[in-house]
Ligand binder design. Structure first.
Ligand code: B12
Length: 498
């Protein structure tokens, strides 16, 4: 049996290690048993359309060689990956009906029914995939029922059928990622952090249950972290063997435990790395000066924080775990004192009082910039995820999710999960324009450090042109700024990040 672990193309300019697939490969057996009990070798390869323009062709050649003996494993995020995966998998199924196609990752985990209802997808794996995939390939090879494997879902008798739930494990227990399976040179990315940036993921889940976040659907408040020693070992490998000078930790919440982070920082100190991760404002505000200094000394350059909103009632409606608006202001000053850039992400236009929270949040952003011009701002429009809380209010206002993959591919929905467009009944075009006009002025007045295209003189010019608008709070229709941003291919931080 041969497994094709496939990463569909995401957006342009994202050369990041396909960790979902690399991690899955850690748990695969070398051999499986066929229906008669005879052992046969299990082989696998990772094909990544983000770095290899011929990835699809290679997959098709492998399937054509042995359709019944090949399993195509596709990792799917909403947006561009979904747009690629759906027509391609349908095409493959039409050509080679015997090939088995299994999807996993965030999209199938959150919306399994839409996936397995489509004839292009045989099965989906829900949540953490290592154990499930290992047991699934054993079942498939033996001709056993795959829907008896916990963590697998499929379509039976016209309905979604889920096997039992699967527990979660500390990720590093499956071993280190098999970097040898990839051409690592292709992943050494130039970013504002460094010339050779690699990514790692050192924990599973998140201890919080914010009701607007897809991670909650997947992990329901569980957080299992790799021990600091395992994190340091992998990063040192990236540094020593692959020349990393910067690391992005893609964990949902890297900074959830002070002791672990301090230990990681101790282990990274002296390597000359610059690094980035996601954390919570209230958690890190409570950390000692000694830990902050250690983090800064180890090369921590920027931390992504979900500040979400300036309206306290909205934060509560989001189940944001007790975060107070004033803590965002305090953290902004604290991070500045240690030379760490805070990158604040906001979720605007919630169904409770969309105009109220937008105006309050834009005012907060002005204060944050006045206190610390280096802070970075990321703006998203609120889009529901199917979790109790604001989602119910959204449904009451007429919101409903697509039911099929074709619906997901219809124009407003493809952009929906990118959190930019208004397909929600409570986002009026005026509200969306208010936010994006403000954003254009904000990014001209304070161009993001993560954009590596802009030259210093271009930054100066944008800043000077935007200054009168910013000072007067006159952000309506900034056509001249937009034109320059477009001309110079300015990239907003959320286009560069995650
Ligand atoms: C890296 C990343 C990206 C990179 C992708 C790089 C790449 N190589 O493809 C980039 C920057 C391109 C990206 C873009 C976007 N992303 Co993104 N991204 C992430 C991030 C930070 C890490 C993903 C990761 O590698 N995790 C580590 C691996 C090990 O975990 P995993 O992916 O969950 O994989 C495990 C299981 O899911 C499962 N599994 C996964 N795939 C498969 C496949 C098979 C066959 C099987 C059996 C199992 C399986 O097994 C794996 C091992 O246990 C996650 C958040 C996070 N921390 O996970 C968001 C996240 C996945 N992204 C998200 C979104 C929404 C996007 C965007 C659509 C928009 C945006 N603004 O964020 C864009 C567009 C995506 C696209 N399709 O182009 C959401 C998904 C929400 C949802 N409802 O599905 C997440 C969860 C962030 C969030 N909190 O909202 N992203």
């Amino acid at each position: 049996m041969h497994l094709l672990l496939f990463n569909p193309r995401a957006q342009k300019a994202h050369r990041r290690l396909p960790l979902s697939l690399l991690f899955l490969a850690r748990a695969l057996p070398h051999e499986v048993r066929g229906p008669t009990g005879r052992g046969e070798p299990l082989t696998w390869e990772i094909l990544d359309a983000n770095v290899d323009p011929r990835a699809k062709e290679r997959a098709e050649a492998a399937i054509a060689a042995d359709p019944a003996g090949t399993v195509l494993l596709v990792t799917v995020m909403p947006g561009p990956q979904l747009r690629q995966a759906v027509p391609w998998c349908r095409h493959l199924k039409a050509l080679w009906p015997q090939v088995r196609i299994v999807w996993g990752g965030y999209f199938p985990t959150v919306y399994p029914e839409a996936c397995v209802a489509d004839p292009a997808v045989d099965l989906v794996v829900l949540g953490q995939g290592e154990d499930t995939l290992r047991e699934l390939v054993v079942a498939l090879a033996a001709g056993a029922d795959p829907l008896a494997v916990p963590g697998v879902a499929g379509w039976r008798d016209g309905a979604l059928r889920k096997a039992g739930a699967r527990g979660y494990k500390v990720s590093s227990r499956y071993g280190d990622p098999p970097f040898h399976a990839l051409d690592m040179e292709r992943y050494a990315a130039r970013t504002f952090l460094g010339r050779r940036t690699f990514n790692h993921h050192s924990s599973v889940g998140c201890p919080y249950t914010c009701n607007f976040c897809a991670v909650t659907n997947m992990f329901e408040g569980r957080w299992l972290a790799d021990p600091a020693a395992d994190v340091v070992r992998v990063v040192r490998r990236l540094h020593d063997q692959h020349g990393a000078d910067a690391v992005e930790f893609h964990d949902n919440n890297f900074f959830a435990a002070e002791r672990r982070c301090a230990e990681v920082a101790r282990g990274l100190r002296g390597l000359g790395l610059r690094w980035w991760g996601e954390g919570r404002i209230d958690t890190m505000l409570g950390w000692s000066d000694a830990t902050w200094r250690l983090l800064a000394d180890s090369g921590l350059a920027m931390v992504f924080y979900g500040a979400e909103n300036a309206d306290q009632a909205t934060l509560e409606a989001m189940n944001k775990g007790g975060l107070q608006v004033h803590e965002t202001l305090e953290l902004n000053r604290r991070a500045a004192a240690f030379g760490v850039i805070p990158e604040f992400s906001f979720v605007l236009g919630n169904p409770v009082d969309p105009w109220g929270d937008v105006e309050a949040t834009l005012a907060l952003i002005r204060r944050l910039k006045e206190d610390n011009g280096a802070c970075e701002i990321i703006l998203y429009m609120y889009t529901p995820v199917p979790l109790p809380g604001m989602y119910e209010q959204a449904v009451a206002q007429g919101f409903s999710f697509p039911r099929t993959l074709d619906d997901w591919l219809a124009p407003p929905w493809t952009r929906y999960e990118e959190r930019r467009n208004a397909v929600t009944p409570w986002h009026s075009p005026d509200l969306v324009r208010r936010v994006y006009d403000f954003e254009a002025v904000l990014h001209a007045r304070w161009p993001s450090v993560s954009d590596r295209n802009l030259r210093p003189w271009q930054r100066r010019l944008l800043r000077a042109l935007a200054a009168p608008r910013w000072q007067a709070g006159r952000t309506g229709r900034p056509l001249e700024l937009r034109a320059l941003q477009k001309l110079w291919h300015y990239r907003r931080p959320e286009e560069m990040g995650f």
